[in-house]
Design a protein around this ligand. Structure first.
Ligand SMILES: O=P(O)(O)OC[C@H]1O[C@](O)(CO)[C@@H](O)[C@@H]1O
Length: 545
């Protein structure tokens, strides 16, 4: 069965939401809190070591129930079941979307084409374990018999962002292996990285689902050439590993069979860190902790699959996001983690969210008459407070934001952690409450300013407030809680795709640029330049001169 194909604007809930929006759009969050003394509890979900508070949103109980009605009407329940069963919901590519199978329990059965994919997943996991154990312990060595000290992940997009984000996020749990990520086709990236490496003790992991991606193959080839300046062709077998669905191309590159880790076409690139694409993660933190990451994701999968919409974290966050995107006209969402470890989290989510839901054609092949994918951005707090928060507080744009914080730090320095978390709580409160004219005047009067001075400054010091936020307060940053957090956003992406009636698992938009780059490369490398518009032509001629 495929996904339902229901235009959300044709549901009964949609016009009700539109009417409801007209009557409630001026409501201030402060008033909503004044009306319900227990609002913080009413609109929050406690699940395992997560407390998700969504009370600081411009929603009433009626908004919340209408949004859930919308989810029912577009067939979300059926869609969730199709997703987990491995039905070919990636219709434009004729594939299942089964990253959830990668973190399934060993005893689970998920049948695809007559075989249980969980068995295949566990067979590869076994290979990942023995390979990573041998590299970490030093039993597997480089061509001069020395233990490995460095690992370089060569990949781009989903073959880079997921592993890079997780390795950075779990830096606290890292072992002695130094990890590097080479992704950009810009030679600066690979050549700068090579400067730091010793060929005798470096392992290269080439990650590419298709094994045809220009960036990855160029970087892998440059690295191979560099390696061969120090070693022989035979030594490649010891120093290179590959992760791909394209075993033929891997063989052409010269990587030994015992260092090849397969993945499957039912795993999308941006959802692939749970597969062998996460090899560098397993190398960096060890297989056991890598497996805990998968367990955390599996727990979130169960929560998502089995919980009613009203208490279902990914569903609730997706519905709230649709409320702002489609009714308030908010275009962007900020993700603000209050830990430096999650410094790459929003960059990772940019691919997950924007490559998945950046679509303007619905599942019936028609242009969507409504907005879809949100623009995602963000940086860790408190740095972001001193960078772009001004615009969130007092700018003209509505920017719903997710604040992600941890009850316990990993460093144990309570002075730092208390200060950090004080900012974390204070910001969402300030964004919600703002500061009224009366409050500003009272403050000025207390500081002894003259009436003239006060009148001149008051407008600039007033904060409207009413800025929506979600707060995700998690016990501690561990491999497991990170796994749950990532899976939460993966499912939010899925729910939004269902609500918007779009296909979230293809990425045709990226292909055009890739094709044109090939043609343009031949224009650069050959004497003749093919046909272009006058701007591109002039730029190419100028570049070649
Ligand atoms: O793993 P591959 O096949 O090299 O692809 C890399 C990335 O390129 C894309 O196809 C497009 O950016 C992503 O979806 C994917 O993660």
């Amino acid at each position: 069965m495929s996904l339902p194909k229901i235009d959300p604007t044709t549901t009964k809930a949609w016009p009700k939401l539109e009417a409801h929006f007209k009557t409630t759009k001026e409501i201030h969050l402060k008033d909503l809190f004044a009306e319900d003394a227990d609002r913080g509890r009413t609109f929050s979900i406690q699940w395992k070591d997560f407390l998700v508070d969504f009370s600081k949103n411009r929603i009433t109980t009626e908004t919340f129930s209408l949004l859930q009605e919308l989810a029912q009407e577009v067939g979300l329940q059926q869609a969730i079941s199709s997703y987990f069963k491995g039905e070919p919901i990636n219709e434009t590519e004729g594939r299942a979307v089964l990253h959830t199978a990668l973190r399934a329990k060993k005893t689970d059965r998920i049948m695809l084409g007559g075989s249980n994919v969980v068995d295949e997943v566990y067979a590869v996991k076994k290979d990942i374990k023995s390979f990573t154990d041998a590299i970490i312990s030093g039993t597997k060595t480089g061509f001069t018999g020395k233990a490995f000290t460095d690992v370089v992940n060569i990949g781009i997009g989903g073959s880079d962002l997921g592993p890079a984000m997780v390795v950075e996020s779990l830096k606290f749990y890292k072992n002695h292996l130094r990890t590097h990520f080479v992704s950009n086709v810009d030679g600066d990236h690979v050549h700068e990285t090579l400067k730091e490496l010793n060929p005798e003790t470096t392992l290269f992991v080439v990650v590419s689902k298709t094994f045809t991606t220009q960036e990855t193959l160029s970087n892998a080839t440059t690295i191979k050439k560099w390696f061969l300046q120090h070693a022989t062709q035979q030594d490649i077998a010891k120093h290179f590993a590959a992760v791909s669905t394209n075993t033929e191309k891997i063989a052409e590159f010269g990587i030994s069979d015992s260092h090849v880790f397969p993945m499957w076409d039912w795993v999308g690139g941006r959802f692939s860190l749970w597969s062998a694409v996460g090899l560098t993660i397993a190398l960096a933190i060890g297989f056991e902790k890598y497996d805990q990451l998968l367990q955390g994701a599996n727990e979130m999968d169960t929560h998502f699959k089995e919980t009613d919409f009203s208490g279902n974290i990914p569903v609730v966050l997706a519905l709230i996001s649709v409320w702002y995107n489609n009714f308030y006209g908010a275009e962007t969402e900020a993700i603000i983690p209050y830990t430096q470890y999650l410094g790459r989290f929003s960059a990772y989510l940019q691919q997950g969210i924007m490559e998945s839901n950046g679509k303007s054609v619905d599942r019936n092949g028609k242009i969507t008459p409504y907005q879809t994918g949100t623009i995602i951005w963000g940086e860790p707090g408190t740095n972001s407070q001193h960078a772009f928060f001004q615009l969130i507080h007092q700018g003209t744009k509505l920017i719903p934001s997710d604040f992600i914080g941890f009850k316990n730090s990993l460093h144990g320095d309570s002075d730092h952690h208390n200060k950090l978390m004080a900012n974390f709580f204070a910001q969402t409160e300030a964004l919600m409450n703002g500061k009224t004219q009366q409050e500003v005047i009272a403050e000025f009067k207390e500081s002894g300013k003259s009436e003239k001075e006060v009148n001149a400054l008051v407008p600039f010091k007033v904060f409207e407030g009413n800025k929506p936020t979600n707060t995700l307060l998690i016990d501690r940053l561990t491999p497991k809680s990170l796994g749950s957090l990532i899976a939460l956003y993966e499912h939010k992406i899925f729910v939004q795709g269902v609500l918007w009636n779009i296909f979230s698992y293809d990425q045709w938009g990226v292909e055009l640029g890739k094709q044109l780059a090939k043609k343009t490369l031949s224009d650069i490398e050959n004497s003749e330049i093919s046909k272009h518009d006058s701007s591109t032509m002039r730029l190419l001629q100028y570049f070649k001169k």
